[in-house]
Design a protein around this ligand. Structure first.
Ligand code: PHE
Length: 339
């Protein structure tokens, strides 16, 4: 029995030594000290041992058990330490490594200009509306006093889809939609894309305009000029200079063209403004009474004024962009420079 116990201790120690994880160590513990374990069964069957040997065997068995328990405990601490060291190594964070930067988005320069303009108009009591980019000849031309064969159609090279349907050449189509749908008095502004068969460094077949329309009693040229003066100051600063020139649009009478301090040279004179210090920003005018009548508004009671700036040119000039196409290509290398 003595030899058997010594053999058990030896075997247990060598098996414990070989364990390389907590799981196999636990299997060894069960094998020797578990309910059916080799050592447990010897201790349980002490009464079968002759009385004269019992004391010695009992002491020895207990000592073997203690030694096995100690060996198990020691090995367990070693394995746990190793596991901890290994996971620390794996999860090590190098705090000196450069971080992964969070890329911030930014609004497109056209959107920024658009929002600025819209904010100014909304503060002045305008309602922002949206309308169709594909429209009938009636809304784009006819109801704006541009009948078929009218020479004014030559001013805008139109992109027709059918004989009667076209990509709108101006946001002025929204004047007609608004007049048909709203009851005066009203103030609307409509930002949107427009399309013309035009293509060079300062013209794109797609570009952006606003249409602002005020219809009320007793409004006229004086109110239009005052409003444009306020808008230009908000847009380009208090020192902006404004010049009004007579112009022609079939849907406004009188029609005017507004020039403002050239934003490229700040009025000093450059190639863009041909040395005048002023560049064209708006077409505008008092709504032709015929146009009001065509959309069912009583022109004896109501009058109106409208203005329709193109925004691409202003964005080009203020950001010194040499070709209008850059605004539509969405090339990140370009856009990143304008954030
Ligand atoms: N729609 C005109 C254009 O595209 C601009 C304009 C709008 C003129 C409103 C007068 C009034 O040139």
């Amino acid at each position: 029995m003595k030899e058997k116990l010594e053999q058990i201790l030896k075997n247990a120690q060598s098996e414990i030594e070989k364990c390389d994880d907590v799981k196999s160590l636990d299997e060894v513990r069960v094998k020797y000290l578990g309910k059916q374990g080799e050592l447990t069964s010897i201790l349980r069957n002490m009464k079968e041992i002759p009385p004269e040997e019992r004391k010695m065997v009992g002491m020895l068995a207990n000592s073997v058990r203690e030694q096995v328990e100690k060996a198990l405990g020691d090995k367990n601490s070693i394995l746990e330490e190793e596991a901890l060291a290994e996971s620390m190594e794996k999860e090590k964070i190098d705090i000196t490594m450069p971080g992964i930067g969070v890329k911030r988005g930014a609004l497109h320069p056209l959107t920024r200009f658009n929002n600025k303009f819209m904010d100014i108009c909304v503060e002045m009591g305008f309602t922002v509306i949206q309308g169709p980019e594909i429209d009938t000849d009636y809304y784009n031309f006819e109801a704006l006093n541009v009948p078929k064969n009218h020479p004014a159609r030559d001013m805008q090279d139109s992109l027709y889809i059918t004989d009667n349907i076209l990509l709108r050449t101006q946001t002025s189509n929204m004047q007609v939609h608004a007049m048909e749908e709203l009851k005066p008095p009203f103030k609307i502004v409509c930002p949107g894309r427009v399309y013309r068969n035009d293509d060079d460094s300062s013209h794109s077949p797609i570009f952006n305009q606003f249409e602002a329309l005020v219809v009320d009693e007793n409004v006229g040229l004086k109110d239009l000029m005052k409003m444009i003066d306020i808008i230009l100051k908000r847009l380009f600063g208090e020192n902006v200079k404004m010049r009004v020139r007579p112009s022609y649009f079939p849907f406004t009478e009188p029609s005017i063209e507004i020039d403002a301090t050239c934003q490229m040279c700040q009025g000093k004179g450059c190639s863009l403004c041909k040395g005048t210090g002023l560049s064209e920003v708006f077409g505008a005018g008092v709504v032709n009474p015929k146009v009001l009548e065509m959309s069912g508004i009583d022109s004896k009671k109501y009058s109106g004024f409208a203005f329709g700036p193109g925004i691409d040119r202003s964005v080009m000039v203020t950001n010194k962009i040499p070709n209008i196409k850059y605004l539509f290509r969405n090339d990140m290398r370009f856009l990143k420079q304008l954030r």
